[in-house]
Design a binder for this molecule. Structure first.
Ligand code: ZN
Length: 415
């Protein structure tokens, strides 16, 4: 379960070699490795992006591990705290889990992959001691905001150091970490080591059911090694002596699941919500080949339709830009061959760390959204389409002029 860098030939959870290839998206650049102007002429790294499904445990996964130091480099530009809905949802975790916890003052909450500290801020507000672990320079933002954060990759070995210095944690959280980590076994051992015997471990993962249902194929990228449904997740946690008490669906990243796990004891039982979701997945065909054959066909058809529509506008001399620059935009743009010759630039809100950089592979400049108001283009492709409702509301308020193209789940034009 602790993967080596490079091509994989076996399932990332159960080690089976019985894998079904769903689709190949070609060679794609690491999505958060945005380029500086001086690097534009260099040939950037690209890696194969193939989606597969394990016929044994059901895990949907990619078959190539890019070095985590390349993916989650020091200047990693993604901040969870700048997406308002997400920030609110992350901060709310604390309220949901602590309703029944009275003594808080000396309890410790640790967040793994804590980014800018959005989750821990919620816990700190209601009186917990908090500690973040984050390998990128985003940790500096968290520290500046008063959330104590260690800049480090979390591991079993490192968990021993933390335990020695800070003691065990009552609550450990990890949002969008399980899909990203290549050394899963080591990670879970570390969490088991660091968690109180009665402690709670909460993890959030982008949900495969939502990816299929709302056609989020653009969320397939190298940072996401796995696309979780509950069945393989149960298997993974049980192997590491955890049991799921509860699961809930949450809206983050266009549909995620949040699972609550505790250390396995003699009499522990899987929660009823977990069993319910498992049955729902079976009914919806999440463990059937046909579901993925259809998904694959739909992706290939989308590519043709979408590139055609955009190219037709370009042929008519229309000026087109992108709105929002999430990691997933790189898959959409690179897979559909839409580059800097087609999109003039991508507009980002002014708090984004991506402004002034260029998208890898497609080399589109990322600029302050102000430009799209001062000098409006004809069309704008909504690249953050999974948040399009709140973004459009905001843009309308500010009298945004261009026509908006929402690419997914279905190509749609908003005037
Ligand atoms: Zn498997």
């Amino acid at each position: 379960m602790d993967l080596k860098i490079g091509r994989l030939f076996k399932c990332q959870i159960c080690n089976s070699s019985s894998l079904h290839k769903i689709i190949s998206l070609g060679k794609i650049s690491p999505c958060d490795s945005l380029l500086k102007k001086k690097d534009l002429s260099k040939k950037g790294n690209k890696y194969p992006l193939n989606l597969l499904r394990c016929k044994d445990c059901g895990l949907v996964q990619i078959d190539y591990v890019v070095n985590p130091k390349e993916l989650f480099h020091k200047n990693y530009p993604y901040r969870s705290g700048i997406t308002k809905d997400l920030k609110n949802n992350l901060e709310k975790i604390s309220k949901n889990v602590t309703k029944n916890l009275k003594k808080r003052s000396n309890k410790l909450v640790i967040d793994i992959g804590s980014n800018d500290g959005s989750i821990l801020k919620g816990f700190k507000k209601i009186g917990f001691k908090v500690l973040g672990i984050e390998p990128t320079n985003i940790s500096k933002i968290a520290n500046r905001d008063g959330i104590k954060t260690i800049q480090e990759f979390f591991s079993h070995k490192y968990s021993k150091k933390i335990k020695k210095k800070y003691g065990k944690a009552s609550i450990i959280t990890a949002s969008n970490v399980f899909a990203h980590v290549s050394k899963l076994s080591d990670l879970l051992k570390g969490i088991h080591n660091l968690l109180d015997d009665d402690g709670l471990f909460i993890s959030e993962s982008h949900y495969l059911g939502s990816i299929i249902e709302t056609f989020q194929f653009d969320s397939i990228y190298h940072e996401h090694l796995k696309y979780y449904s509950i069945k393989p997740l149960i298997e993974l946690f049980e192997r590491h002596n955890f049991i799921f008490e509860k699961v809930e669906k949450i809206p983050n990243y266009g549909g995620s699941i949040r699972v609550y796990a505790r250390k396995k004891k003699m009499n522990s039982k899987i929660g009823s919500s977990v069993k319910k979701l498992l049955n729902e997945e079976i009914k919806k065909g999440l463990y059937k080949k046909k579901t993925y054959d259809d998904f694959s066909k739909k992706i290939r058809k989308f590519k043709l339709n979408f590139s055609n529509k955009i190219l037709n506008l370009k042929r008519r001399n229309k000026k087109i830009i992108g709105i929002g620059c999430p990691g997933r935009a790189m898959t959409l743009l690179e897979y559909c061959n839409i580059d800097h010759n087609i999109l003039d630039y991508i507009a980002e809100q002014n708090t984004s760390l991506k402004i002034g950089l260029y998208t890898p592979g497609t080399k589109i400049p990322v600029l302050d959204e102000k430009k799209s108001f001062d000098d409006p283009p004809d069309f704008a492709v909504m690249l953050s389409w999974h948040y399009s409702k709140s973004i459009i509301k905001n843009l309308t308020k500010k009298k945004f002029k261009p026509k908006i193209i929402i690419p997914l789940p279905k190509i749609k034009l908003v005037n």
